[in-house]
Design a protein around this ligand. Structure first.
Ligand code: ATP
Ligand code: MG
Length: 228
């Protein structure tokens, strides 16, 4: 976990998702963060599938293992399994409250916490449990994703305006309470597309790390055997 250095706040970035499977869209986001904030620690946090979503091809344990394969190679990345270990439904607001508490216990209660998400997730933020509480616990950094944009009207757009940070470089000075938008080259990659490709017998190679593709093949995930 993060440690304060030279009076600067420690920075802890959380990327939540279903990661079914993890792909280069997710991973490039983390690298773009590290390019801007080199001392940040990043947690990849797999979420349980909400009951109304179609259930995934990979089990929670398999999704964790795929993330661990990636995180094992990059010391700035860790896998945070807490949401998959819970028996009750996992809500981001509960998780972030827990993380804030842990940071306090580690003596870095003022750490800059950042919850990272794509524009598609952000556009639906108002569907999340106690969504307006999130900003009291964390900053939110939104990354552009093809086929979705920052909302321009409605309560999420208003929320964005109310908490918008003027200068993204100053983000590490804020423990929580700011929303920012981060420009980066957009990658039109989704786990859905990868699952569909495999299911149709096509290879998803070059959309995700080779090691993850090997894992998928070894475990026969997502339907038919891919032609890779
Ligand atoms: P699925 O198609 O199953 O929904 P996904 O590709 O959207 O999978 P998730 O695990 O749902 O992946 O995404 C986790 C987070 O990463 C979300 O906030 C999502 O917006 C973001 N994200 C995923 N892929 C990209 C991408 N290519 N570019 C930017 N953000 C992304
Ligand atoms: Mg998604």
């Amino acid at each position: 976990m993060s440690v304060s250095t030279n009076g600067k706040k420690a920075m802890h970035i959380v990327l939540g998702g279903t990661f079914d499977p993890v792909h280069f869209g997710h991973l490039r986001m983390t690298q773009e963060m590290l390019n801007r904030f080199p001392t940040a620690k990043i947690s990849l946090m797999p979420a349980a599938y909400p009951p109304h979503r179609p259930q995934p091809g990979a089990s929670p344990q398999q999704r964790i293992e795929m993330l661990q394969l990636v995180a094992g190679k990059y010391p700035q990345l860790t896998v945070d399994n807490r949401e998959l270990q819970r028996k009750e439904p996992s809500y981001s607001v509960v998780t972030l409250r827990e993380i804030r508490h842990e940071l306090e216990q580690k003596g870095v209660g003022d750490a800059c916490l950042v919850f990272l998400m794509g524009t598609d997730a952000f556009a639906k933020l108002n569907e999340w449990y106690q969504w307006q509480e999130l900003i009291k616990l964390t900053n939110i950094l939104v990354v552009g994703r093809p086929s979705s944009q920052l909302p321009t009207e409605g309560e999420v757009a208003e929320f964005y305006q109310n908490f918008a940070i003027e200068d993204l470089e100053s983000l590490p000075q804020h423990s929580f309470g700011k929303v920012g938008f981060c420009q980066m080259p957009q990658l039109d990659i989704s786990s859905t597309y990868i699952r569909e490709q495999i299911n149709q017998g096509f290879s998803p190679r070059f959309l995700l790390p080779d090691g993850i593709l090997e894992y998928i093949n070894q475990h026969g995930l997502y339907g038919l055997n891919p032609k890779s």
